[in-house]
Design a protein around this ligand. Structure first.
Ligand code: ADP
Ligand code: ZN
Length: 720
């Protein structure tokens, strides 16, 4: 027996299948998709069995060393999917498979993530004389049938050991999952006619994909759950993708209340061991509803009934780094097609790509135009900060201050958003304009107040803060950016009696803190929740009647063609946190660009007007969804050499592609990162049959050139 094995190296040079002989004693356990260890040069490597055959074209084959685990880690569907992703992203096949598996199962030696076991005891041959403790133990086991080790150790460890040695007790190891789910309560809401018609469209429909466009608080999540329940009743499984940022305990809890331990929730707060346990529960069919961020699209579920992609506009569905640079939305469509399972994309602010497809009929459009129970969307006031200057107290306009104080008086709650997208606290000199930059990367250092240091968020470089400007020598350095800490300080001066809780990267980095903050805010232990983007999605608090946006503009200034879209959706989403229950909500947006359409149109929650306006711009500038984009990054240490090679690549593209627009090579917006220089060539195209073969040729050409690294990113979420 011969097997073709893909080994654990992700280098392009060895990204192919190598043949090995299977020793007779292992033949019975060999299956496609399991992990084996093999000799490779002088090393021992792990790899996946890709094929089983009776002969090889090569002689002189080596034998595989062992089977790593008897279970198949990559089933037929996932094996095939890996190849599709390789073809679509031009990544190595091994990197595609590595991305699909939890860390514990990646083909990699010395993985330290284990299965956890509990030890249980039951009765064996009860003969002989026993002392008091031994009798106590025997009685307990007799009564319960099976007892966990700890309970018996509590009586007496030495007695336990003696009984086991004599065969009176029999030991058994049982796998112990590190994550627990409570029993389901099947709390099912009676759906509104609108919700019902959305559900019926999906479960009775024949379309491959749906776009559920429903305003914030319109009951989309209930629609998802009802659809899932239907497929569950047919014995089918579901995947629910949500952005990591909205994978909040609140969201998971809603699914858990309804579906109990049928769910497996995969999120970044889980340890690698917990993720491995969840993977095994899914693999064994013990969980049939998987909720998770991007990578949950690879959940090894059989019998898939439906795939839901919530907040489909989120850019977190695209993996930018490392390779494979895949889109979980695209993979959802592929898995949906393979399994004949519909894919439901949902959002209050759909991506332009999704809405354009819906308007063309590629996706079936479903709408929930109203909030549940006819509640109004919150009233939005746009405050022009140009006019408020001088009247404001720090970052707070008179209007926002008044609204907060009214809200507090009514004993209701406030959410405040500090928009930190594309924004950093940095130190600069007021005299000469000098800013501190990272010596390794071409980027401004961020000021960290708690340690009073300047840090690079790309390479981790840290430096101390000077009192004088190193350029002009003046002592006029100032901290220009503003963080949530600073805002919190100001806020507590204006409202000394209010209780404020902060939710940002710092306060949620410790495990369980995110959950704790949300829980205590819900319990009214705080009046004001102040945070970054984390507060904009997925939260549902009945008493929040005011949402304030401190700075709407920062995300508009990012040099990216999606900045208006991202700004509109961020603002409309955070606005949607206000007035979700019986009380009416209000939203105040502070901005220096009150007339910009991405801000202006939030006033009436006018997504469709925004869509039209933005589509016009995209059409004119030849951006998605009218054109596809592909970014080719050329990086290395020697800029002169790189530029020569980048220009060669450009000429080769120009010679071979007729309808593709080729821009660059230009400096990446962070030109130097970790002492590596980066150039971009950006392609815009509608369809080009020659593109993929040509890019493959370019990758092939440079794969042995250590001075040039080529990275390809189709449909990049950002071009940096
Ligand atoms: P979305 O996901 O569109 O923002 P949700 O599903 O979170 O909306 O619904 C908003 C609120 O309305 C939630 O508190 C939810 O429990 C409630 N809700 C949703 N559907 C119904 C219904 N049919 N009857 C009563 N309450 C509902
Ligand atoms: Zn750096």
């Amino acid at each position: 027996m011969i097997v073709g094995v893909l080994v654990e190296i992700t280098n392009r040079n060895v990204d192919k299948i190598f043949d090995y002989i299977v020793p007779k004693n292992l033949e019975n356990d060999i299956k496609v998709g399991i992990r084996v260890s093999v000799p490779f040069g002088r090393m021992t490597l792990e790899g996946f069995v890709m094929e089983i055959k009776s002969s090889s074209e090569l002689d002189d084959l080596k034998e595989i060393i062992d089977i790593v685990d008897k279970d198949v880690v990559l089933n037929d569907e996932l094996l095939e999917l890996g190849k599709i992703i390789r073809d679509k992203t031009l990544a190595t096949l091994m990197s595609c498979y590595q991305t699909m598996l939890p860390k514990a199962l990646k083909a990699k030696k010395n993985s330290t993530i284990n299965i956890r076991y509990d030890t249980y005891y039951s009765l064996g041959d009860v003969t002989g004389k026993f002392n008091d403790n031994q009798l106590k133990i025997i009685d307990l086991v007799k009564e319960k049938g099976k007892v966990i080790k700890k309970e018996l150790v509590d009586i007496s460890l030495s007695s336990l050991n003696t009984l086991v040695r004599k065969g009176v007790l029999v030991e058994e190891k049982v796998e112990h999952y590190r994550v627990d789910y409570k029993e389901e309560k099947r709390d099912i809401k009676k759906l509104t006619p609108d919700q019902e018609s959305c559900v019926n469209s999906v479960i009775n429909g024949s379309d491959k994909a749906y776009l559920l466009y429903g305003v914030t608080g319109s009951g989309k999540t209930e629609v998802y759950m009802e659809i899932i329940d239907y497929y569950l009743s047919l014995g089918k499984t579901s995947i629910v993708l949500v952005p990591e940022i909205s994978l909040t305990p609140q969201m998971i809890n809603r699914f858990q209340v309804r579906f109990g331990n049928k769910i497996a929730a995969i999120h970044s707060a889980l340890s690698d061991g917990e993720k491995y346990d969840e993977w095994r529960r899914i693999y064994r069919g013990e969980a049939s509803i998987v909720i998770g961020a991007r990578s949950a699209i690879f959940a090894p579920l059989d019998n898939l009934g439906v795939i839901i992609v919530d907040e489909e506009h989120s850019d977190s569905y695209k993996q930018s780094d490392p390779s494979p640079r895949y889109s979980a939305k695209e993979i959802a469509l592929i898995r949906g097609e393979t399994n004949h399972a519909p894919v439901v994309f949902g959002s209050a602010t759909p991506s332009l790509e999704a809405m354009a497809r819906a308007k063309k009929g590629v996706f079936k459009l479903l709408e929930l135009p109203n909030r549940i129970n006819g509640k109004k969307l919150p009233e939005v006031e746009i405050v022009d900060m140009n006019k408020s200057l001088g009247k404001s107290r720090g970052y707070f306009s008179p209007s926002l201050i008044e609204s907060i104080s009214n809200c507090l008086e009514r004993k209701e709650q406030v959410i405040l958003l500090l928009n930190r997208r594309g924004y950093a606290s940095f130190v600069s000199c007021k005299n000469c304009g000098y800013t501190f930059k990272c010596p390794n990367c071409d980027i401004t250092l961020t000021y960290h107040k708690s340690s009073n240091t300047l840090r690079c968020h790309y390479c981790g470089y840290g430096g101390k803060v000077y009192s004088k400007c190193p350029e002009c020598g003046e002592a006029s350095l100032s901290n220009l950016g503003v963080g949530t800490q600073k805002i919190e300080e100001e806020l507590s001066k204006i409202f000394p009696d209010s209780k404020i809780v902060r939710m940002d990267f710092d306060t949620t980095s410790k495990k369980g803190m995110h959950e704790k903050i949300i829980e205590s805010f819900k319990n009214h232990e705080y009046d004001i929740l102040l945070g970054t983007q984390m507060v904009s999605k997925g939260l549902d608090f009945a008493d929040v009647t005011l949402v304030g946006v401190i700075n709407a503009d920062t995300s508009l200034n990012i040099p990216d063609f999606r900045s208006a879209e991202n700004t509109f959706s961020l603002l409309d989403q955070v606005a949607g946190r206000s007035g979700r229950s019986s009380k009416e909500g209000k939203v105040i947006i502070q901005t220096f660009n009150p007339d910009h359409y991405a801000i202006n149109l939030v006033k009436n929650h006018n997504y469709l007007a925004f869509y039209e306006e933005e589509m016009n711009i995209r059409r004119k500038l030849k951006y998605p969804p009218f054109y596809y984009l592909c970014n080719i990054r050329i990086s290395g240490k020697d800029t002169n050499y790189l530029l020569v090679e980048a220009n060669k690549i450009k000429r080769s593209l120009e010679r071979n592609l007729t309808s593709t627009i080729i821009l660059g090579p230009s400096n990446a917006s962070i030109f130097k990162m970790n002492n590596i220089f980066r150039y971009n060539i950006l392609l815009k195209y509608k369809s080009d049959d020659y593109l993929i073969p040509l890019l493959n040729k370019i990758l092939e050409h440079y794969k042995t050139n250590s001075k040039v690294k080529i990275d390809i990113d189709f449909n990049p979420s950002q071009i940096l």
